[in-house]
Design a protein around this ligand. Structure first.
Ligand code: HAM
Length: 447
């Protein structure tokens, strides 16, 4: 009964009559935090994906496609047991062999796993990889936050140079600028390394401990397990508590300090504007040194378009030799939200070249091979599949924006002809069946 109630919760009730009985049918709805992309939206996604593939190619990154699920252990080790993602946001289940499997909540750990599995380090030099695809986090859905969402991102393994940090940040910023989003708020910080961070952690806990009682429950727990995350808390009272905390940038070791200075010089040299935000810590345990986020004001609470950072210990954590790494990931949905609010979404309406209106079964069958041949030749051709009247077919052609309509009925078929109509001028011409291709060459895209 419980299960049935649950089904109803996610469904709409529909009564259907079956013989003399009315039985309850349920229409199943989308799971919470997911969405469908309908054809027009998919075309717009495809066009953005092309921009993504292009920019990564220009920066010499190779695409990597990893599975949508991995052994749970990978994320526990990679992302960190005390992070929000691992503690409460992963979609984890046992497979039929009783192995614990998790839908990937992010791409970095998987890329590092694949880097080790395929010995990409052995290829020599630096591995520059990018990805694009769905991620899964069981978060409370809200504007800009989904349970299945899409990220594109990059990971560079094998170089500790701040030039890679600058390359990654400039790639992200340039990508948004290409799409017309120029007023970006780039937040930058260094969270140190295993040598200097424990010192900061100690100072931070010392400062915050006497204030623990006033903190939100979440932060009271974080204080023991992951005190840096307190700096990220959105609760007003915790913000007040952390307003005057000691800053990590004051306790960086020489190596981390110099890395940060060099990175800033590089960003200055390429004219990227950024803001040092010493409280930016990000929600993953793997980060070392550089962390950054690119924010857009119009996104509301979920204002990060993308985020990333350096993770010089992650490869080792996943069982490899010490190898520096850095990367970032960006949300597709948030990108689209910003483009939509600013009315700068790429225009991607399907533009057919021709609508072939067919009248009668005989003409429909006879013209069928010609329609396929035209499509094979690269023309975008639509036709009627419902045996509708000429008026209805003309209406359909107009609705999809076909600039040309060809009409073929039994009479035209007998004379091996098609009547063509240019939709914007109303001009009509009769041409031979064999000449459709030539006619299209001459008149296409006039609409
Ligand atoms: P992240 O900050 O968790 O970082 O995610 C990156 C971006 O993905 C966010 O800035 C946001 O645009 C989008 N995003 C995250 N969660 C959601 C959600 N629930 N719904 C919609 N969009 C979301 C990472 O994932 C790291 N792996 C980035 C990285 C790569 N660091 C180094 N390499």
């Amino acid at each position: 009964m419980k299960d049935f109630e649950k089904i109803l919760e996610n469904s709409e009730k529909i009564f259907t009559s079956f013989g003399n009985e009315a039985i309850l049918m349920t229409k199943i709805n989308l799971p919470k935090g997911t969405y469908d992309l309908l054809p027009e939206q998919s075309r717009m996604w495809q066009s953005l994906e092309q921009v993504i593939h292009k920019i990564f190619q220009e920066y010499c990154y190779g695409e990597i496609r990893t599975p949508l699920f991995e052994h749970t252990e990978l994320f526990c080790r990679g992302i960190g047991e005390t992070t929000d993602i691992v503690e409460k946001e992963m979609f984890t289940f046992s497979d039929r062999g009783n192995r614990s499997i998790t839908l990937r909540p992010e791409g970095t750990a998987s890329v590092v796993r694949a880097y080790l599995e395929h010995n990409l380090a052995g290829a020599g030099g630096v591995s520059k990889l990018y990805y694009l695809g769905p991620m899964f986090r069981c978060e409370a859905p809200q504007a800009g936050r989904f349970r299945q969402f899409s990220q594109f991102g990059a990971e560079v393994l094998g170089s500790a140079s701040p030039r890679v940090d600058a390359e990654i940040i400039s790639l992200a910023v340039n990508f948004y600028q290409r799409l017309g989003i120029n007023d970006l708020d780039v937040n930058l910080n260094s969270i140190g390394c295993s040598a200097c961070r424990p010192l900061y952690r100690e100072r931070l806990v010392e400062y915050l401990h006497p204030l623990a009682e006033k903190m939100c429950g979440n932060c009271q727990r974080r204080l023991e397990r992951n005190p840096l995350r307190l700096l990220d808390c959105k609760s007003p009272i915790c913000r007040e508590i952390t307003a005057q905390v000691p800053l990590i940038t004051e306790t960086l070791c020489d190596e981390c300090g110099n890395h940060f200075i060099e990175l800033r010089q590089l960003l200055d040299a390429i004219g990227i504007k950024y803001r040092i935000n010493p409280k930016l810590v990000r929600g993953f345990d793997y980060y070392t040194k550089t962390v950054f986020e690119v924010l857009a004001g119009d996104l509301g609470a979920q204002n990060a378009l993308c985020g990333g950072g350096r993770y010089d210990g992650l490869v080792e954590e996943c069982g490899g030799k010490p190898t520096p790494g850095i990367g970032f990931a960006a949300g597709m949905e948030r990108l689209i939200m910003v483009l939509e609010t600013r009315n700068i979404l790429p225009q991607t309406k399907l533009k057919p070249d021709l609508y072939l209106a067919v009248l009668g079964q005989k003409a429909a069958v006879a013209i069928f091979p010609e329609i396929i041949a035209l499509r094979e030749a690269g023309w975008i051709v639509e036709t009627d599949l419902l045996n509708r009247s000429l008026k209805a077919q003309m209406k359909a052609a107009d609705k999809i924006g076909a600039p040309l309509v060809g009409v073929i009925g039994e009479e035209e078929l007998e004379q091996k002809q098609v009547v063509f109509r240019q939709m914007c001028t109303g001009v009509q011409e009769t041409i031979g069946l064999q000449e459709i291709g030539t006619y299209l060459e001459k008149h296409s895209r006039i609409g």
